[in-house]
Design a protein. Sequence first.
Length: 339
Amino acid sequence: MSIFPALFSKNMAMDLGTANTLIFLKGSGIVLNEPSVVAYNTYTKEILAVGAAAKKYLGRTPQHISAIRPLKDGVIADFVITQAMIRSFFLKIQRMSRFFKPSVVICVPTGITQVEKKAVIEAAEQVGCGKVYLIEEPMAAAIGSGLDVFQNKGRMIIDIGGGTSEVAVITMSSVAYCESLRVAGDELNDAIIRHLFNNHKIYIGENTAEKCKIAAGSAIDIPTLEPYTLIGKNAITSTPKEVTLTPQEIRIAMQEPVNAIVDSVRRALDKTPTELVTDIYEDGIYMAGGGSLLRGLNTLIEETTKIPCHLTQDPLLAIAMGSGIALENLKDYKKVFIN
């Protein structure tokens, strides 16, 4: 009898992000959290590694191996590789059944086109899913943050992921206004890479830039932060070169993308109806997504807008948890799905 339940694939919710993919399994919670990276042989097209194992390949591969992120700005850039990645992640958590196809809730950026919606749905169906529900990332983030999205009340949520930042105002189970900005965690890393090349004439990789950002990056001056030392390749001599960056220098390097995110919040408030802005002022702004963990970013937004800005309880998991809640209560949340 114990074999019989294994025939049934459990329903899932997936936060298919540019930087990371998280999967929520019905009855079990979040069971997978891995980088959205695939390493494959460019000659044979054989998949060599997916997720955390593939991320180790970034910047370290020989000519016949490529390590890529198959999603760009939150949508599928390489359909075949994305499909292989989703299949690999699904098989890590459960055996897919040919006969009992699970339903799946997938988070997508606000303003996704019909073509992009179709690509996401087809990718899920090709790997053995049945009914596919699409939910906008800010809506999932709001649900995962514990906000009542059905109220006739304006709520602002800022979702800063790897490829996109979305500033959304939600009321009555719908997104009343949203601005999607292609500036997020990846652009912060790129800003550090550009700064090191322009000012220190060294090359560093994406992983090194990310470690630098996490260790000593901030949006405002934080006196307790320590300088960060890294090693890159001298752009002139091609030899290893060590550089120590002060927290202030790292902050200045990231200033442009940080200001772009703050400006998008100001624009959102400007374009939101007065009554909803009043609601937002009363309850504050909520932030989710890995990019929102940049030290002091919520304080900078609060100082700029004069509105309290709160980090959600677990910014990295908010979207996946929200999509999971919608999955476990499909009838109650049917209004939030966009397909």
